[in-house]
Design a protein around this ligand. Structure first.
Ligand code: JAH
Length: 262
């Protein structure tokens, strides 16, 4: 996968040399380049912002440097290798929610181009014009405001690159983790069996794989009901069998109405 990032703070992306993302880059699985937006300014002060039309606080990113950056990184002409245009991803509090499903979708792209806004954001015409030539997705990580899109891009890239073939090895199974099956995971423990007076649940030391699976399922259901009412409400009622319903009931949660799975 090819990834380009445009930012006025390219130094933010130094961590991408490290750890598993660094390995993916070294192996060629990930071809990543970080670009300074000021490359595409022409005034002595290399200005990237200006005051907002209509008034209001803060500054807005000028369209001209962004226009040139996108022209350079997403050229109109088809290259000799017949490459397709990148998918432009723009972190913004006004974006669509970033989910594991969207991470999978982005991991299937051959070329991602990230545009990091700062201040009050990028002049809307940059995104409107880009959308006439390529797919543009504004993405939100959650309902809070950052200084800019840089940290959001680090998060998105970490979620996406670990899905690329060969990056995780097969040590971690992607389909057993949280958000793969719509429930939070049960808690995990390692040695020692007793630590500061806290014991590892007996069932996990029993060696009884049937009981362990049942316990983990119950804990996953109870945690999800307690912490994520949105996720438990989205569980299809017919996917909950009698034991699932009994676990929720014991925890004081109302199991959803509907057909009971066998
Ligand atoms: C803030 C440009 N949902 C997280 C998130 C993503 C981006 C931004 N804020 C929060 C942001 C200022 C300028 C982007």
């Amino acid at each position: 996968m090819r990834v380009d990032i445009v930012s006025i703070f390219p130094e933010y992306f130094a961590p991408l040399d490290l750890s598993l993302i660094g390995k993916a880059r070294a192996s060629g699985t990930l071809r990543l380049a970080v670009h300074d937006l000021r490359t595409w300014t022409h005034d002595v002060h290399r200005t990237v912002d200006d005051t907002p039309y209509g008034g209001g606080p803060g500054m807005v990113m000028r369209p001209e440097p962004w226009g040139e950056a996108l022209d350079a990184l997403a050229p109109d002409e088809l290259s000799p290798d017949g490459h397709t245009l990148p998918r432009l991803v723009v972190p913004s509090p006004a974006g669509v929610p970033f989910t594991q499903a969207l991470a999978h979708e982005l991991a299937a792209e051959s070329h991602l181009l990230f545009a990091c806004g700062r201040y009050e954001g990028i002049d809307q015409r940059v995104l409107d014009h880009a959308a006439t030539r390529m797919r543009v997705t504004e993405v939100s990580l959650g309902d809070y405001v950052l200084f800019g899109g840089e940290v959001a891009v680090l998060v998105i890239l970490e979620a996406v690159t670990r899905l690329l073939p060969g990056v995780l090895g097969n040590a971690g199974s992607l389909d057993e983790e949280s958000h793969a099956h719509g429930l939070l995971e049960a808690p995990m423990y390692t040695k020692p069996a007793t630590w500061r007076g806290h014991e590892v649940p007996e069932v996990l030391r029993s060696g009884d794989h049937g009981r362990i699976a049942r316990w983990r399922r119950d804990e996953a259901l109870l945690r999800t009901a307690a912490r994520r009412p949105d996720m438990i409400a989205a569980v299809p009622p017919e996917s909950l069998d009698k034991k699932d319903r009994a676990a929720l009931d014991r925890g004081g949660f109302q199991p959803p109405a509907g057909d009971v799975a066998k």
